[in-house]
Design a protein around this ligand. Sequence first.
Ligand code: R2B
Ligand code: URA
Length: 360
Amino acid sequence: MSTASAIMPQSNGTNGHSKHNGTCDEMGVDTRYPDGTVRLRNPNIELMDQDILYHLALGSGSHDLVEMFGDVKFVCMGGTPKRMEQFAYTVMAEIGHKLPCGTTLQDISQFSYRYSMYKVGPVLCISHGMGIPSVGILLHEVIKLMYHAKVRDPVFFRIGTCGGVGYEGGTVIISEDTVDGALRNVLELTVLGKSVQRPAKLDRRLARELKALSDPEDPYDTVMGKTMCTYDFYEGQGRLDGAFCDFTETDKMEYLESIHKFGVVNIEMESLAFAALTHHAGIKAAVVCVTLLDRLKGDQVLAPKEVLDEWQQRPTKLVCRYMKRYLQIKGRLSLDGHGSVAVKSPRRFKLVQQESETYD
Ligand code: R2B
Ligand code: URA
């Protein structure tokens, strides 16, 4: 099986970045320029006249991406557009970011009709939809956005929901590792008809730093462990309540007990791609989820909506604690200046909006 590192060429592209070697990954591939800006592992991009980030309704020819996003430090992703809008408002309150009087947060990707994106000073909040394909497409474009915008050493978070394995609803889980349904620590892709495996690695140190920020006074547990990521919510997660089920309750319990023994503490649907693609790009990343139920006790999500809403605030709080502390240390709390739409070429700008508006 060939690894992607073997098939992906190194970028010599400069895009105005310094040419000297920066940070290398374990395969010896540069993923950074010396100033910390993201180096793409794709030589094609810099040869293109413009790069349209189709699903974000942004483009390198149409938008001044450095002006709009150059100050980003954290990229936070979560499933739904609404949750990420709420997340953005929470971040705003936490980091003391003020909007000019009479203005509100704007969905920067509203014309994509796919993902939503809000920017709160140095924090970018983006919805990633459900499942590996959706988060994978988004990550390609967000990683390119980091490159075009010359963002330095960005840190990515996924905040989300999951099923606990041995943990009751409302427990916060920080992923130390992520595995697929067969307990493999790789994302498997088919590229040009061939199977490619990418190591799905998260930043262990970042995970530990997040864990250290959990408050003993929190009225819930915050734990660290292995996360299983599946391609399906029902059969893929061993549920008995899908439209189809070809296994027995005994089979299901044997499987869940065996993954629990292996160290799996929760199951969700994006972490594998999130870990693999950020790792391939040399970007520090962490996944923090809240459990909606204990899968050893059932399959259906039964908690009332108000309870689920409160539970979903919990990963947000932890990630906000981390970002706030970082920005405090760096003296970057309450940054203004960037964030509104900066048009570079009105003609191309219109084109990008039209292209992203087409439905399939
Ligand atoms: C958690 O919840 C969603 C499925 O309900 C999925 O996006 C995930 O990872
Ligand atoms: N999300 C999942 O993917 N699984 C669950 O059980 C709950 C939320």
